[in-house]
Design a binder for this molecule. Structure first.
Ligand SMILES: Cc1cc2nc3c(=O)[nH]c(=O)nc-3n(C[C@H](O)[C@H](O)[C@H](O)COP(=O)(O)OP(=O)(O)OC[C@H]3O[C@@H](n4cnc5c(N)ncnc54)[C@H](O)[C@@H]3O)c2cc1C
Length: 410
């Protein structure tokens, strides 16, 4: 009986177990994860703070997933060392677990630059795990002034989650615009206005230069008084377990389209990896939930002897703030269509005759069609792109494409 070992119990780890079980009903699967909670939707932690969900409903694949799939889980345990020659992993408990096939689904960790005086801030948090949300729930009261450093999607989701719990929420970012990794200068101001109308104070193009207890001294010369600080500047892939064992890493763990690392018998999936971005034509970090799920499943199938490929990866983001929906995907090359109103923004980008990216803010309907065009690298000359720019539907596609997508139904 084959012995599978998965490190990390989030989206990629759980999907990996699903991938294994899709081919091997007998093998022994052990999953080791550092967190006390696992198998939960990380994007839901802000909804938890808002009171829109609770811990049981945050379960990603259902609370009986491990039992149903006969996965032995070890919560609150860390993998400390990988010994690829001996095919074993040393745990924080001192145990050594051997494996025939190993998958590293290690995710990423919050990044914190060295702010002067950060150690003087008593109430400081990150916002990437359910435990972070539970800690913030305790720390933030009706009078609390919250300062969030970072106006990317994690910082803004945290701000949304805390708005009704706190006295005030201020978000600062050195970038000139909110969500600068996903939105451009045309679309971001619409989001910024919406966030301000919903009670957030944004300080863009400005950041903290020094902390003195409950005071942040800003680059602009302003000061911000706060009670609770959240650092949401970004995340970095967890690569050290593989790198220290001699595996190949760049920004993330290098995993080819079969999600196999450079070490024999070791796979990797999710936010800890770097893999091919079809919209950019080069490898990169594709750290979003759908990619983690697809990669984990792909790795699991291959660990069990299958031949699955992850070859349609693109950066994408689907998110909403106070009822305003945003979807973005791919690489922003040459803008080929722009439509901006007071409350919405739509931009399409193309290069080399294919759609490479899009931003939809406000009206996100039919975003799947644009995503499909990017993933499939469909030549725009083969579709009625003029019609598709305005009203995405499958009709402007040739019959062959429609047949592939819809089984010939239209
Ligand atoms: C607030 C927030 C909002 C988000 N919103 C969205 C969204 O709207 N849409 C979207 O697509 N994505 C979103 N994301 C990103 C998405 O959650 C991630 O892409 C996804 O969780 C990645 O899954 P993963 O399994 O690769 O890694 P992770 O979810 O990071 O999980 C990795 C797990 O491995 C464990 N681990 C790490 N090292 C070890 C070790 N040595 N030993 C044992 N265990 C270890 C960690 O503790 C963790 O439990 C959001 C993320 C956050 C934080």
């Amino acid at each position: 009986m084959k012995k599978y070992l998965i490190i990390g119990g989030s989206i990629a780890g759980v999907s990996c177990a699903e991938g294994i079980r899709s081919r091997d009903g007998e093998g022994e699967i052990t999953l080791v994860t550092a967190e006390a909670f696992s198998n939960y939707g990380r994007p839901l932690i802000s909804y938890y703070l808002e009171g829109k969900t609770d811990i049981p409903r945050m379960s990603w694949r259902g609370e009986d997933f491990y039992e149903k799939n006969r996965v032995q889980v070890r919560h609150g345990v860390t993998a400390e060392k990988l010994e690829p020659e001996a095919k074993r992993v040393i745990l924080s408990t001192g145990e050594a677990l051997s494996y025939d096939a190993l998958c590293l689904c290690l995710g990423s960790h919050p990044f914190s630059p060295r702010f002067e005086g950060l150690e003087t801030v008593e109430n400081r948090f990150f916002f990437t795990t359910l435990e972070d949300a539970l800690a913030l729930e305790k720390a933030v009261g009706k009078e609390s002034r919250v300062l969030i450093v970072g106006a990317g999607f994690i910082g803004l989701k945290c701000a949304e989650g805390l708005r009704d719990r706190a006295g005030s929420v201020t978000v600062c970012d050195l970038a000139a615009h909110a969500m600068s990794a996903n939105l451009d200068a045309d679309c971001a101001p619409i989001l910024e206005k919406h966030l301000a109308e919903n009670g957030l104070r944004l300080m863009l193009g400005d950041t903290v230069t020094k902390f003195e207890g409950k005071t942040a001294r800003m680059k602009s010369g302003k000061t911000v008084k706060f009670d609770v600080l959240v650092i949401a500047i970004g995340t970095r892939p967890n690569v050290s377990l593989l790198a220290e064992a001699g595996g190949a890493v760049n920004k993330g763990i290098l995993a080819g389209e079969r999600m196999e690392t450079s070490l024999p018998g070791v796979w990797a999936a999710g936010d800890c990896t770097e893999s091919m971005d079809v919209s950019a034509g080069e490898a990169g970090l594709l750290a979003v939930l759908p990619n983690a799920s697809l990669q984990g499943f792909c790795a699991g199938v291959n660990m069990a002897g299958g031949a699955e490929k992850f070859d349609k990866g693109i950066k994408m983001n689907s998110i909403g703030f106070f009822g305003l929906h945003i979807m973005s995907a791919g690489t922003y090359t040459e803008p080929v269509y722009t439509e901006i109103t007071e409350h919405s923004c739509k931009k399409l980008f193309a290069a080399g005759g294919v759609l490479t990216g899009f931003i939809l803010l406000g009206d996100v309907s039919r975003a799947g069609i644009y995503t499909s065009l990017i993933r499939e690298r469909t030549p725009l000359e083969t579709v009625d792109f003029e019609a598709l720019k305005k009203e995405p539907s499958l009709l402007p596609f040739g019959q062959a494409f429609r047949a592939k997508k819809l089984g010939g139904a239209v």
